[in-house]
Design a protein around this ligand. Structure first.
Ligand code: DHB
Length: 309
């Protein structure tokens, strides 16, 4: 029987797939459902200094092959997530904080305050596309370098960065160099494809309200972008930084493709929103089946082993 256990910076994950920060991980009740499932860890919703209501509705729409959203970071404020950590530790799986400060000072304050908690991993979100008037940090390499430098100075936890999708090799080179120089332990790629638009020809309107219809695209549509980003960073990190693959994982076969590309684990949002926490059991079973059929006993036997054509 194949095992799908893995690790991030020495923190053991019993299975290969966990939830991504995004849907259904905002309240304690939602997080407890994740705790009770086969999800490999408990990722909490990206938080800000102050609680936020988020953007006006409709702000999330399911699509045939994914979803589009401009949620606007609705969350309870980081102090609540600090309180949740001790509640969630009883599920005996890693608890991950996702931090999405509105500015450098906010990120620094939150990183500092999570140091004194039992949180296992901190993911800093450099790629929220939905805050009106705020460009994504991950597309400004100078700022990325500065903010990361300051964060790493004050952090003793396992820390990593959630990255936006990149489409140019020079960008992969620049970002990889910054991540390596600051010794981050992991990156998560990709966040949703920012500022896309779906138009309904009947109503002659976009299908979400915020920002005049611009929103982050996720799900099956974005899997090829997620795979290329994981592969590009895997090739540049030479094993020094680990990778969460994110984007369009619906089946165990999708997870297997991310494993071939070099992902140490995968995160799932859109499928989790559509199917609920049972998706983690199904996807783990499907991944084990495909590994078993191909004669692979462990994640390490396949990781990064994409074959050249
Ligand atoms: C939101 C969307 C994102 O893609 C993200 O990384 C963080 C927050 C949001 O709009 O809530």
């Amino acid at each position: 029987m194949s095992t799908t256990s893995t690790n991030i910076a020495g923190i053991r994950l019993e299975k290969y797939a966990l939830n991504a920060s995004g849907p259904d991980c905002t309240t304690l009740e939602e997080l407890e459902k994740i705790g009770n499932s086969d999800c490999a860890a408990i990722m909490m919703k990206s938080c800000t200094l102050e609680p936020r209501e988020g953007n006006p509705e409709p702000r999330y729409q399911r699509l045939d092959f994914g979803a589009i959203q401009a949620m606007g970071l609705p969350n309870l404020g980081y102090k609540e997530y600090i309180k949740f950590v001790s509640e969630l530790k009883k599920y005996n799986k890693p608890v991950i904080a996702s931090l999405s400060g509105m500015c450098m000072a906010d990120n620094l304050q939150m990183v500092k305050e999570f140091q004194d908690t039992d949180v296992d991993i901190i993911e800093v979100n450099f790629s929220c596309p939905n805050i009106i008037g705020k460009p994504q940090l991950g597309y400004d390499f100078e700022q990325t370098d500065t903010v990361l430098g300051k964060i790493c100075e004050i952090n003793d936890k396992v820390i990593g960065v959630k990255l936006p999708p990149y489409f140019d090799f020079s960008h992969f080179d620049s970002v990889a160099e910054i991540m390596l120089r600051h010794n981050v332990q992991f990156v998560s790629c990709i966040n949703s494809l920012g500022n896309t638009m779906i138009i309904d020809p009947e109503t002659e309107s976009p299908i979400i309200k915020p920002k005049g219809g611009y929103g982050g695209l996720s799900g099956e549509y974005v899997k090829p972008v997620g795979l290329s980003n994981v592969r590009a960073f895997y090739e540049r990190f030479e094993g020094k930084i680990q990778i969460f693959g994110v984007g369009g994982i619906v089946t165990g076969t999708d997870a297997f493709e991310y494993l071939l590309a070099g992902a140490d684990a995968v995160q799932i949002a859109t499928t989790f929103e559509k199917e609920g926490a049972d998706c983690f059991t199904r996807i783990d079973n499907e991944l084990k089946a495909i590994m078993g059929r191909k004669g692979y006993a462990s994640i390490d036997e396949v990781k990064g082993k994409l074959k050249a054509l």
